[in-house]
Design a protein around this ligand. Structure first.
Ligand code: MN
Length: 319
């Protein structure tokens, strides 16, 4: 924690002067007030938005997720000594930038997949880590592929109400891509953990902790189980906001009752400290279904911020 670091001295977060005055409601809404740039020199983590929702099986709207998350991230990112209860001011020690959104022609899923995989690959090749903001959950698939291309088969840590391993042939949508990733060797299901499921599913070799089991075990034992499954392997962390109970995250396309609170989800993320998280994302925020317009995006921004810390700590250990 820096003694001289106050709301007025964010070295690179002062966009248009609004950040300097602590005006969370004003100015451009990059993720946590980070600079908007595609210059990757010296960058530790690049936040990459993917405003895509053409792979939803029920209600669309997650294309508005990245913008809503960025807006609410001016709250999670406003604290001069960092986000509670992390003990460090992440932005004083790591260069985090907002890489903006990946572009694609609306409706062209193949173009999204190709452009996201290339953008994520560019970030990783420049020596930085990717935090993806969805978008529906299919956006995790090209992010995973880019990471696996460089780190080898990954252990997936997957927080969600759905396993997204539905076996429906070649169909690629936001409920099928993790089975595809497993079959392609992009992820290794036997060293992967899926947590919070409350929809019928086959495990397909993944280590599944359904929501009822998570609650029975409690958060600490759930974390222990994840750590045991993943060990020291290169891991990719993917968080679907519908992991949370709809009471805490109503703004999402396929909500399922019976999930954890935002705080329980954050406790799980804190518990993953020390794991080798090489890439991460936060997906499925669809603000139009949130009567407040903001609760879900605030939860998404805060969990994404927690993921930033995990990515940063993993980078420190690899150095
Ligand atoms: Mn889901």
């Amino acid at each position: 924690m820096s003694e001289t670091h106050g709301p007025g001295d964010r070295d690179d977060g002062d966009l248009g002067g609004a950040g300097a005055a602590g005006m969370t409601w004003a100015g451009p809404t990059t993720f946590a007030r980070r600079p908007l740039t595609r210059d990757l020199s010296g960058v530790d983590i690049a936040v990459v938005g993917v405003p895509f929702d053409n792979a939803t099986t029920n209600r669309p709207g997650a294309r508005f997720g990245p913008r809503a998350i960025r807006e609410m991230s001016t709250l999670s990112g406003e604290y001069p000594d960092g986000l509670w209860p992390w003990e460090v001011d992440l932005f004083a020690t790591h260069r985090v930038v907002d890489y903006a959104d990946v572009a694609f022609a609306p409706g062209y899923t193949d173009q999204m997949l190709e452009n996201v995989e290339r953008a994520a690959g560019d970030v990783i090749d420049a020596g930085a880590s990717v935090l993806g903001l969805g978008g529906d959950h299919l956006v995790a698939y090209p992010l995973l592929r880019a990471a696996a291309e460089r780190f080898g088969p990954l252990s997936l840590i997957h927080l969600d109400a759905h396993s997204d391993t539905w076996d429906v042939g070649d169909e690629l949508n936001h409920g099928t891509m993790f089975l595809r990733a497993a079959r392609e060797g992009v992820v290794d299901p036997t060293t992967s953990a899926q947590i919070g499921m409350r929809t019928p599913n086959e495990s397909h070799g993944f280590n599944v902790i359904h929501a009822d089991e998570m609650f029975r075990l409690g958060i600490d034992a759930t974390v222990d189980r994840i750590r045991e499954v993943v060990g020291g392997r290169a891991a990719y962390l993917t968080v679907d906001i519908d992991f949370l109970d709809p009471a805490y995250a109503p703004g999402t396309g396929t909500p399922v009752v019976g999930g954890p609170t935002t705080w329980q989800a954050r406790q799980i993320l804190f518990g993953l400290r020390g794991l080798d998280v090489v890439g991460a994302d936060l997906v499925e925020v669809a603000p139009a279904y949130d009567p407040s317009g903001q609760i879900t995006a605030l939860a998404g921004a805060t969990l994404a911020h927690d993921e930033l810390h995990l990515l940063a700590e993993a980078r420190d250990r690899r150095r």
